[in-house]
Design a protein around this ligand. Structure first.
Ligand SMILES: Cc1ncc(COP(=O)(O)O)c(C=O)c1O
Length: 433
């Protein structure tokens, strides 16, 4: 059989013919190459990339140190499967992540590697259930934890993710995320959680509470530090494990290595992925030793989990965080971007809210600042007009009216200024219609 070749596969016609519509494409462009904060499409048009591949490229596209580490690893060893035969980069990376979470090499933490964020979430729940011998998990409204069935069950950031994919996993309960802009104070959210414990599931049945310290897909809403502190105290009181989903917030994005640090709390388990390996598939669960050791031998693993090339990339990423002071730079860039967004907001009444931590910032677009009625059409027009002017952005939020900025943490001050200029021009043209 001969397979007919298209003139080019880099076309929306070919994409629509061969790829299902279930995958949404924010930008109808085909990228040919990328470097740092910049990408070029197949027609040679250049864009500033303030999406970082959904928060994956905190060290930018193809950082030379990451590229070199990947090449060197590919030349030595690409795969054995860690369960079959071990290799050093896996254990070295585990040691480094344990040190990052514990603050020192005190032996209190262990780490396991998986391939995707969803897999890290699923494994964190398995580990929590094995340790506590309890079935239930509490997740928060607006949370996004992945697209596999258990992770999807705990996801409620948009009905488009859940569609008719059920039945969903049992023993998952939902509590409101404290979203002050939308009227959910820390007190109200905690009171509803209390009510959940007295009406639907007793705390003694709950293995874990799973939370993003700042909602990602759910609209870039940071959890107030007081909420996280009270949640930590509550979970400790009932022997419930606290899982921090740092998959989007992690690795410096919020101006701290992990976003939970802003609240001064220590979770029992931390899930990581995305920017861990700068674009290679790698995720992790890091947690307290006794908890991580609860599943018996053979209970955890995965064929590609902790692939040596991904581990080599992640080791280079961690070195870059130190040598390029990326956490500090995230905090500084975040201040610059927030000031820029607040300036734009002062001229644009349709920006209802500017929010986020560190370099994980967003604007919420509304029809009216007092009613806060979401304006999803305007958000889409802003994203489209930004792209036409050479800036790639993403939306988020349950109403799809939040425009988020996720530039690489390596972005220069000039690139940030340029991105904000494009954004403001795009907003003005989107409003003008
Ligand atoms: C907070 C959070 N958790 C989990 C996931 C799922 O990660 P993955 O798409 O790698 O499965 C995502 C992905 O966007 C995320 O933002």
């Amino acid at each position: 059989m001969t397979i007919a070749k298209a003139d080019t596969y880099a076309s929306t016609a070919a994409r629509d013919r061969y790829v299902p519509r279930g995958l949404a494409n924010t930008h109808a462009i085909f990228v040919a190459r990328a470097e740092g904060t910049h990408v070029w499409d197949v027609d040679g048009k250049e864009y500033l990339d303030f999406t970082s591949g959904i928060g994956v490229l905190n060290t930018g596209h193809r950082h030379p140190r990451v590229v070199r580490a990947v090449h060197e690893q590919v030349d030595r060893l690409m795969h054995t499967c860690f369960q079959v035969a071990m290799y050093e980069p896996y254990v070295e990376l585990a040691a480094k992540l344990c040190r990052l979470v514990a603050g020192s090499d005190d032996g209190t933490q262990k780490a396991i590697f998986l391939t995707t964020g969803a897999e890290a979430i699923e494994n964190a729940v398995k580990i929590a259930r094995a340790y506590t011998k309890r079935p239930a998990v509490v997740a928060f409204s607006g949370g996004f934890h992945g697209r596999t069935l258990l992770a999807l069950t705990m996801t409620s950031s948009s009905p488009s993710y859940r569609q008719n994919f059920g039945p969903f996993a049992p023993d998952i309960y939902y509590a409101p995320f404290p979203d002050e802009y939308r009227g959910w104070t820390t007190e109200a959210a905690l009171a509803t959680l209390d009510q959940l414990f007295s009406t639907q599931v007793t705390p003694e049945q709950v293995a874990a509470v799973l939370i993003e310290p700042q909602l990602g897909e759910g609209g870039f809403v940071p959890a107030p530090p007081l909420f996280l502190q009270r949640l930590r105290a509550l979970t400790e009181r009932f022997g419930i494990l606290l899982i921090a989903d740092e998959i989007q917030t992690g690795f410096g994005r919020t101006g701290r290595m992990f976003a939970y640090e802003h609240a001064g709390i220590t979770p029992d388990l931390v899930t990581m992925a995305k920017s861990l390996a700068a674009g290679l598939p790698l995720s992790a669960v890091v947690g307290k030793t006794a908890i991580m050791d609860a599943p018996k031998t053979g209970g955890l693993g995965g064929t590609y989990a902790g692939n040596p090339v991904s581990c080599a990339a992640a080791l280079a990423v961690l070195e870059l965080f130190e040598s390029e002071r990326l956490v500090e730079r995230a905090a500084q860039s975040g201040i610059r971007i927030r000031e820029g967004l607040l300036r734009i907001q002062s001229r644009v009444p349709q920006i209802g809210d500017v929010r986020g931590m560190g370099c994980m910032l967003a604007i919420e677009l509304v029809k009216d600042r007092s009613t806060k009625e979401p304006d999803a059409d305007l958000a889409q027009r802003v994203v489209d007009a930004s792209r036409d002017r050479g800036l790639l952005l993403l939306k988020c939020g349950p109403h799809k009216n939040v425009v988020r900025l996720l530039p690489p943490l390596t972005a220069t001050p000039e690139e940030i200024v340029r991105g904000l200029e494009i954004l403001e021009a795009a907003i003005q043209s989107a409003i003008a219609g």
